[in-house]
Each structure stands twice: as structure tokens, then as C-alpha cells.
Design a protein around this ligand. Structure first.
Ligand SMILES: [Zn+2]
Length: 336
């Protein structure tokens, strides 16, 4: 009886532990105080202002962490976890050359944060931490071998095997966006040709919709471009596809087919039991998911292709901060 009471108290103490999660993207900088059970508190979104360079962005990160510390009470905070765009060596906490953060070459983000706050800091790739969050609290709780694909300006992916991030030899594993779909295809921002991102990244989706307009003069996309002052986004197209707009359905079908073809190869390679699709256009629903499933079946071997499940991400835009916070609990529990 006494032992059970002690465990109960210990359990409550553990739940009170919190970490600050930072989601550093090319457009938005998100921070929250995250509990061990994955609840984000004090969510704060601000513009990254990436064009102003790394010094400015790092100052903004420090300011956001300070705000969290003030709002949450310093005592309960066990550390800071950061999910960053770009190539991140999670062992050293160094961020290398993120394509959506101009002028960043090699930033020792972990060292900067640890010195500033005297708290343990952990840094990993943004898609990896989102995948970790989905695995622990979202769409992937019943999976042993999952990949989360995040569709946005860039196309990222995180691999979670047995509830742990798969990093590869240098911490860079999961760069699905730069998986070659066509070795002689159009040039990608990374310098290679025919990458997945060059076909399903935000820029390409918009370009494809715009060039298809003459074939569909009655499409709502036309009207939307006029109403929005020419600001068409992939989310607009996903929404219009969901509402039945023929042009938008066609674009989503192409995106789904490209994605599914590449995922078919991934499924053959890794024999995943689950692929989670996240990012704004995942709201398109079956107009996107049906072509993905069809193309996976067409481009994979029968056993891995038929057993893999495809789901929409569950935690939405909060996945990044939730997963970043979990880096702290995970890091502190693992001996160095
Ligand atoms: Zn590329």
C-alpha cells in the first residue's frame, strides 16, 4: 500500500515536468511549454523573419524562450528542445545550411541556447520531431515502423522505428524531399535534378495550377486568384479540390501520384507499417489520398505495398513544438 502511494506521488511529480519546445521554420517560429504527456501550453507563433539572417533569428528564438520561461515558471522547465529546418546533426546540435533560412551555414544552436539559459538543449530536424510527436501522441501510436511526410514549402520526412527517431550515420536520414523521382528531371533548389520536392513542393503545386488554368476557364481557381490579389497557396487548391473544383482535383491527383510513386520505392526499401501525411494540403482528403494509395500499390512489391497504411497527420501545426519538447525528456532519460 505504502509502495503504491509512493509510486502515485512519483507519477504526479513526473507529469509536472515541462520542457520548452521550439519549432524553427523558414516562415514561422513557434514556441510552447510542453508537458511530458504531450500537451502544449502557452503556444506562441511569430514570424521567423529569416531574410534578416541567423543572428536576428537566433535573437528571436532566445526572446521566445525567455517569454516561455516567464509565463511557465522557471522551476518546472527541464530543458529546451528545438526542431529546426535543414540538415541537423542531433548529436552535436549543429544546424547546417537550411535551404529556407538564408545565410545559415553552420550554426551551433545547442551551444548558444545552453550558454544563454543554463539549461540542457536538444536540437533535431523539424520533420523528425514532428514524426516523434505523431508517434507518441498522434496518428502513429500503434506503429513500429512509420514515416511522416510533411508537405509544405519544403518536403520533409521523419522516420520512427520502435518509437525512436532513425537518424542514420550523420543524423540526416529522412530527406525524402530530395529523393530522386526523375534523374533527368527539372532542377531542384538543392542543386540536384528531379527531386520529389520539385514535383510536390508548394511552389510546384502553384505553378502547376497556374499553367493548367487555360484548360479550365471556369475553375474557381481563376476567381480565387482575382479575389486574393494573386496570392494562391497550395492550401487554397487543396480546399477547392475538396469542394469539387475540377482543375484543383487534377492538380491534387498529380501530386498524389508523384508522391505515391516515390513512396512505393520507400515502402520497398523499408517495409513500413504506416505512412503519415502532414502539412496544409493533407486536408484535401480523398482527392489526394486515393491517388497516393493507388500509386504506392502500382510502384511497390505486393507484400510491403498492400500492408502499409496511409493516414493523415493528427497533431497538425502543433506537432513540431510537441515533438521538440519530447526531445528534452528523451534526451535527459538517455545516458550521454
Ligand atoms: Zn532536391
Amino acid at each position: 500500500m505504502e509502495e503504491a502511494d509512493e509510486k502515485g506521488v512519483e507519477g504526479k511529480v513526473r507529469d509536472l515536468q515541462k520542457a520548452i519546445g521550439v519549432d524553427l521554420g523558414g516562415t514561422n517560429l513557434k514556441t510552447a511549454t510542453v508537458t511530458k504527456s504531450g500537451d502544449p501550453e502557452n503556444l506562441n507563433y511569430t514570424a521567423t523573419e529569416a531574410a534578416k539572417g541567423p543572428k536576428h533569428v537566433i535573437e528571436k528564438i532566445i526572446k521566445s524562450i525567455n517569454e516561455q520561461l516567464q509565463r511557465s515558471g522557471v522551476k518546472e522547465i527541464k530543458g529546451v528542445g528545438i526542431g529546426s529546418a535543414g540538415q541537423v546533426d542531433s548529436r552535436t546540435g549543429i544546424v547546417y545550411d537550411p535551404p529556407n533560412l538564408p545565410h545559415w551555414q553552420k550554426e551551433d544552436l545547442r551551444k548558444v541556447i545552453e550558454e544563454e539559459f543554463d539549461l540542457p538543449a536538444f536540437v533535431d530536424n523539424d520533420a523528425n520531431v514532428a514524426a516523434l510527436a505523431e508517434s507518441r501522441f498522434g496518428a502513429g501510436r500503434d506503429s513500429e515502423y512509420l514515416m511522416l511526410v510533411t508537405l509544405g514549402t519544403g518536403v520533409g520526412a521523419g522516420l520512427i522505428f520502435h518509437q525512436e527517431i532513425f537518424h542514420g550515420a550523420s543524423g540526416i536520414a529522412g530527406e525524402f524531399g530530395h529523393f530522386t523521382l526523375n534523374y533527368d528531371g527539372p532542377l531542384c533548389q538543392c542543386g540536384q535534378k528531379g527531386c520529389v520536392e520539385r514535383y510536390v513542393g508548394a511552389r510546384w503545386i502553384i505553378e502547376r495550377a497556374r499553367t493548367t488554368i487555360p484548360d479550365y476557364p471556369d475553375s474557381k481557381v481563376n476567381q480565387l486568384i482575382k479575389e486574393s490579389g494573386n496570392k494562391l497557396t497550395p492550401e487554397h487548391i487543396a480546399q477547392l479540390a475538396h469542394e469539387g473544383d475540377v482543375l484543383s482535383i487534377q492538380v491534387m491527383k498529380e501530386v498524389g501520384t508523384f508522391l505515391g510513386a516515390a513512396l512505393g520505392s520507400v515502402v520497398n526499401l523499408l517495409n513500413l507499417d504506416l505512412i503519415i501525411i502532414g502539412g496544409g494540403i493533407s486536408n484535401a482528403g480523398s482527392v489526394l489520398f486515393d491517388p497516393i494509395k493507388k500509386a504506392i500499390l502500382e510502384h511497390s512489391m505486393s507484400i510491403p505495398g498492400s500492408m502499409v497504411r496511409i493516414r493523415k497527420a493528427k497533431l497538425g501545426e502543433h506537432a513540431g513544438v510537441i515533438g521538440a519538447g519530447q526531445l528534452v525528456f528523451k534526451g535527459l532519460a538517455t545516458p550521454p
